[in-house]
Design a protein around this ligand. Sequence first.
Ligand code: ADP
Ligand code: ADP
Ligand code: MG
Length: 502
Amino acid sequence: MIKKVLVANRGEIAMRIFRSCRVMNLPTVAIYTHADRGALHVRYAEEAYCISENEADTSYLKPEIILNIAKKTGAAIHPGYGFLSENADFARRCEEEGVVFIGPSADIIAKMGIKTEARKIMEAAGVPIVPGTKEPVSMENVHAKAKEVGYPIMLKALAGGGGKGMRMVRKEEDLEAAFRMSASEAANSFGDDAIYIEKYIENPHHIEVQVLGDKYGNVIHLYERECSIQRRNQKVIEESPSPFVKEETRKKMLAIAVAACKKIGYYSAGTLEFMMDKDQNFYFLEMNTRLQVEHPVTEACTGVDLVRDMILIAGGSPLPYKQEEIEFRGAAIECRIYAEDPESNFMPSPGVIRVREAPEGRNVRLDSCAYAGFEVSLHYDPMIAKLCSWGRNRESAISNMRRALREYKILGIKTTIPFHQRVLQNSTFLKGNYDTTFIDTKFDKEELKRRENNDPTVAIIAASLKHFEQEKEAAARATTVPLVGESLWKHYGKLQMSANNF
Ligand code: ADP
Ligand code: ADP
Ligand code: MG
């Protein structure tokens, strides 16, 4: 039995996990860096520990310190996603030192963390895999191996994650340069420069299957998610069910995923990712041995609380449901909201959030770490929130999402909200037959700028600001005169502060 939960993470996912703990009446422990001392997850937890006294240290990758805090507080560790979530050594140390790790076994994490290993295991378990090399390639044999697989190919890092170290190559003359770049990016991101080759699947759909297993060999699936709206091989919008997958293919895919997980003895929540071509052929891509960013769409359609179940399973409980008891209802969409400027090629947009109005109401879910006054720093992932909508069917989920996006107001930094609004009006998206090339080929980025300039709310805000400035100037002339020698900047700064009631 788990009596307390430490979340070895930050941001929206730390909040997400703490919320389920509160529902389960489990006390919580937060960890934080100096840069995050004002973060929401620190305030929400019953206990919070700073994991670095060093102001410049913004890392959450501290196995030793986190383990010690878990032992001291008697907490199990939920790693969230990113950071230590797929670090097999960390999971193993937890196992060895008697700290419950809320996730799968260290052994499975280790195997699935190496993509070539994962491919072998899945192939042996009867799962079709993307054609490619079984072993890593070197500068010496990369030409021959690429020819064998057949162009176009994808160079991929064995240790890959977060879309890093991946490069598509169409022609042999581009191979060497691409190989060097992939290897160096992989070395920088993962401390491992090993690269292997996959056949590049043209116009693929990214479809993934959510699974949930216990320590007694029971495994169920929670249907699929379509994650083909991507930028730089990273998902930005996800939905469930996939509007592309045919019923017959779905059945086959779900059955294969469950059978494979039973075969490898998988427990906890996990995701099998697949590439699907236009003819509904699907190939295993990788397995993520953790809670996925986009899990809320699955929760919306199945009613399952994945975090709660992960905690129960880690504590030794059997799966709380049988496959037949999972009832899939309606459709759900998730938009990942980033602190980026979609009008300037998605440049990072750090800074202090001045105003935040969150969408509310029927069939809308917001998982967020943002509040007015919160500073979005460059040190961390720029994703500040996930907005999720549900509907009885896809059309209604889309209408609800559009409504929620209109209500969502964040001022002070730029966000990707206008981008999502655009996608949710795009005819290809509405038809539901989009692939991973959507943003590059079907989405008019220029239109985003035109829309921004024509938006009446922009005009209203501009007019209000102008009016405010004029009033302020008039007030300044009438009531205050700068003290002799006082800087005008300071003077107006003070006026500004009193106007904002700071
Ligand atoms: P998901 O399918 O859940 O989105 P991703 O592989 O995209 O999984 O990663 C989940 C999160 O972890 C993302 O926020 C991503 O930025 C981060 N992440 C994953 N792997 C890495 C990595 N190697 N380096 C940096 N960030 C990573
Ligand atoms: P990561 O570990 O970074 O999440 P994945 O192997 O899951 O890497 O791939 C991420 C994305 O990259 C996929 O969703 C897809 O868009 C693209 N991709 C990866 N492999 C291929 C491939 N063989 N063919 C076409 N696209 C691919
Ligand atoms: Mg992936």
